[in-house]
Design a protein around this ligand. Sequence first.
Ligand code: SAH
Length: 357
Amino acid sequence: MTALKDILIRRIAQTGPISLADYMGECLLHPEHGYYTTRDPLGAAGDFTTAPEISQMVGELLGLCLAQSWLNQGAPAHFALAEIGPGRGTLMTDILRATKSVPGMHDAMRVHLIEASPTLRAAQKDRLTGYDVTWCDHVTELPEAPLWVIANEFFDALPIRQFTRKGEGWAETQVGLKGGALTLGLSAPTPLAELAPRLDDTTDGDVVETCPSVAPVVTEIAQRIADHGGAAVFVDYGDWRSLGDTFQALEAHEMVDPLARPGQADLTAHVDFEALAQAAQRSGIVPSQMIPQGMLLARLGISERAEALAAKLSGEALESHARAFDRLTSPAEMGTLFKALALAPSADKMPPGFNAG
Ligand code: SAH
């Protein structure tokens, strides 16, 4: 039994079932035994691989997208370039390399990385030597300044609550105990003001997920973009408006039982892009239309960039480059499962590749 499993079983035995959000939070970020706290989960030898780890093209194209957005807003002389949940620092490394020759940009920026995991902070420090980087735990610590911020596969790691519709009420998924082992169950149904609008488009038995930390994170970012200018680009696994059970666990690139080894498997849920967009709108900034990753990369010029890189490659390296292109863009792989959303101060200030909603 893992140490964390033991801790959770004792806690539930003493104080009763916990929400899925509580369970996810403990499993991912428990200070001693949390999944992200204790390891680097990325890459072929880890549990999952992300788009920036598949090819340098992702960071290069998204970096130029942010740079063009900065230029379009008059190239403010001081701004924050931030990433939330930067993993190994690969995306930021590629962004910085690709934007080095944008006149004035690097002199004007300070790089801010928001990262909860000490292990991954150390990896980021290694990758970004030579750059002046500030780390912080939370978006609340970002400076009051123009802000260009990016996040890839960050929101899918935030704890979710999950509800099953029962008549006009909602029963919450909880982690409890059965015969001394962790088990999933449902609370007694109650009406929920937050889910009242979903009574219109769901029926009995439908599952809806909410992510309580989305609004606070988006609101902090949106307030800075509204007050000082800037833009946000979010890429993640998910869709528009949550429907269905998307809670899952991955270990060594395989789906596993999310209750089997707390703290040892990556736990995620699909991102509800409508919730991101609504939180931005409530803070007075404009969300883009949600766009599939493959389409965004195509609009940003991935075919041209892939050809330019291919010209210098041969044999094994060329094959792996072509395979990476496919993985990122093909509808059968990440091309349509992953989506992107941008936030801007106004509709005419959408970053390249995005349409105003
Ligand atoms: N963006 C990277 C890594 C994605 S994994 C990539 O695409 O490769 C998720 C990242 O979010 C990790 O760096 C993890 O440590 C971080 N993270 C998860 N929850 C967090 C939280 N609540 N606050 C800050 N960082 C968090």
